[in-house]
Design a protein around this ligand. Structure first.
Ligand code: OXD
Ligand code: MN
Length: 601
């Protein structure tokens, strides 16, 4: 069988420096004895190392160099067509008891799982290079920052981790020599990229992740979903902080008053777009800046929540990204970007559905086949991705490196809902806000394998990412609320409501600034809101709609609360809570009854 990742043999001075901590050295040695690689490569994060790895990856056809004039410093990777998204069905939480993993996770017994995975890893790196990737999640001087080491046999993973994390010497330094220091052990091997031998396994008690059989980012960049969310959420509960699937943005008014908000939307529902929002002309003097586009780690200080973005880059969905939908993302991915599964134009540029301008007359599609505009196949996979350093973002927030984090004024939940959910509403208090998060739902997207477009409950957008029992996760949210003297206000948004004929009612993108402005007004004590059974809604005149061509009937439709639809919605909430088998805290069950009672008033 063809070796999918042939060993590289670097010149001396590249790949041969080791981590100083004996615990790390022992662990790497153990994995080496098991996986039997040709050699071991220690990443230091240097430019010289990057240049060498890019050159090798191109030689091995793992990467294709793009046109240096059109997309400088950028490369294209094509994954195996059987391996294009996260695989929730093969993702496991391996806690000592099934109850600890809870009703929303696949559980697998730790000892059996280790033994199965060790069987799969035995000799798996024969003829390959074992890369050791030291990395940190969080700014180098943050109390929240965590150290991880990922062992991988994929050069694409190494090059992606360089973008997505602070990688190399910085992590070795942060870890130090203490044999008892906390650090995450991650082992990844492509094996033979066979879905039958694909498992993403988390051992929260051991701070360990083992991922085999995939090369797709969400399954193999172990820093991201695996450490920053699944293991992260477990550690956060134990240590009294929060690890959430949230973007973080800053919004500054023309008077110079600045707020930060964090927003949890499920995968591929516009977190990156919202985090890089360009306000419409009418709001030209408002500034929106990005702290993070996917993950927030939050801690309590002075009775408030402060957030850091643990990542160092963006791993975003490409299709639909254009200068119209997200100019800041486009500027970010114009250079030094690693693309996966987009189309390659004949001039060495990249192309995808929804990119500005006409499609190329001929291209090579994401599977490597000839493509033309009249082809039935998509040129780019719907879940094709970019990995780009956050430094490329022209609206990067100046406080992104602050170790203490930025103070959060509002938390926003949201999903993709064609009906029922109004454009925006505010919870009555923290506990009611937790209920909004716990009952969140969204129509599924291509970010995970499975049917697209079905409404599924996705509490706090964490359904695929909560590393422990969801009932305890809800309890953790409630407990955090009790410790906050100045809690963020909690909102729910829905950019995706549809009217007659299935057309979207709200223009979205930059115009979401109008909703954000109302949220900020509320954080500043504005009383421009109307009480409804589901929470506070903006009145027609509370939203700044200047210079937006939208008739008031449409705004009414966007804000409408249809009692019949809500009856069904509340029944769905009950069904969802019941499906969790008794783990939902009493407070949230009561919240549901209170909403129902307000409808009956
Ligand atoms: C992501 C996801 O890649 O949520 O961020 O799937
Ligand atoms: Mn995500």
């Amino acid at each position: 069988m063809k070796n999918l990742a042939p060993a590289i043999s670097p010149p001396s001075g590249i790949g041969d420096r080791k981590a100083g901590n004996q615990a790390v050295l022992d662990w790497v040695h153990e994995v080496e004895l098991l996986a039997k690689p040709e050699n071991v490569f220690w990443c230091d994060g240097s430019e010289r190392e990057r240049d060498y790895l890019l050159q090798e990856a191109t030689k091995q056809n793992v990467l294709i160099k793009l046109n240096e004039k059109k997309v400088p410093g950028s490369y294209l990777h094509r994954s195996n067509p059987n391996d294009v998204a996260r695989v929730e069905q093969f993702t496991f939480i391996c806690t000592p008891t099934k109850e600890e993993a809870g009703p929303t996770n696949n559980w697998s017994e730790p000892a059996d799982t280790y033994s199965k995975l060790h069987g799969l890893l035995k000799g798996a790196m024969t003829g390959r290079t074992l890369f050791v990737v030291p990395y940190i999640m969080g700014p180098p001087d943050s109390p929240l920052t965590k150290v991880g080491f990922e062992i991988t046999d994929s050069i694409y993973v190494v090059l992606s981790m360089r973008i997505m994390t602070r990688m190399g010497a910085v992590a070795v330094k942060r870890l130090g020599n203490d044999p008892a220091a906390e650090w995450n052990r991650g082992v990844h091997s492509l094996l033979d990229v066979d879905p039958a031998r694909r498992f993403i396994c988390h051992f929260p008690q051991d701070n360990t992740i083992i991922s085999v059989g995939s090369g797709y980012g969400g399954n193999v960049l172990l820093s991201k979903k695996c450490l920053a969310l699944r293991i992260g959420s477990y550690l956060a509960r134990k240590q009294g902080w929060m690890a959430e699937h949230m973007l973080i943005l800053g919004v500054e008014s023309p008077e110079g008053k600045k707020h930060y908000v964090a927003a949890a939307f499920p995968s591929a529902c516009g977190k990156t777009n919202f985090a890089m929002l360009v306000p419409p002309k009418h709001f030209a003097r408002w500034k929106v800046t990005t702290v993070g586009d996917d993950i927030a780690w939050m801690q309590i200080r002075d009775g408030r929540l402060f957030a850091v973005n643990p990542e160092n880059g963006y791993f975003g969905v490409v299709p639909g990204t254009s200068y119209k939908s997200n100019p800041n993302a486009m500027k970010s991915i114009e250079h030094d970007t690693l693309y996966t599964n987009v189309a390659l134009a004949d001039d060495g540029d990249v192309w995808w559905e929804g990119k500005d301008g006409p499609p190329p007359k001929h291209a090579i599609d994401w599977k490597g086949n000839d493509w033309a505009p009249d082809s039935k196949e998509k040129a780019a996979h719907p879940n094709s991705r970019f990995a780009t350093p956050m430094r490329n973002n022209p609206v990067l927030d100046p406080h992104v490196e602050d170790g203490e984090g930025v103070p959060i004024s509002a938390i926003i939940f949201g999903g993709r809902r064609s009906h029922t959910m109004p454009l925006v509403f505010q919870s009555f208090d923290w506990e009611h806000g937790v209920y909004l998060g716990a009952t969140m739902a969204s129509e599924t997207t291509a970010a995970a394998t499975g049917a697209v477009g079905q409404v599924r409950r996705d509490p706090m957008a964490m359904l695929p990412f909560c590393g422990y029992n969801i009932g305890d996760y809800f309890r953790h949210w409630l407990a955090i609320g009790k410790r906050l003297t100045k809690p963020p206000l909690i909102f729910n948004v829905n950019w995706f409501r549809k009217g007659q004929g299935g057309r979207f009612l709200w223009p979205g993108f930059g115009d979401n600034m109008r909703v954000l402005k109302w949220i900020i007004d509320r954080c500043q004590g504005s009383d421009g809101a109307l009480k409804s059974p589901i929470g506070w809604l903006p009145g027609l005149h509370d939203l700044d709609l200047a210079e937006l061509e939208i008739d008031h009937k449409r705004i009414d439709e966007l804000l409408e609360i249809d009692h019949e639809q809500w009856k069904k919605e509340l029944a769905e909430h009950k069904k969802f809570f019941d499906s969790l088998g008794g783990v939902v805290p009493e407070e949230l069950m009561k919240q549901r009854e209170e909403v129902a009672a307000r409808f009956a008033e």
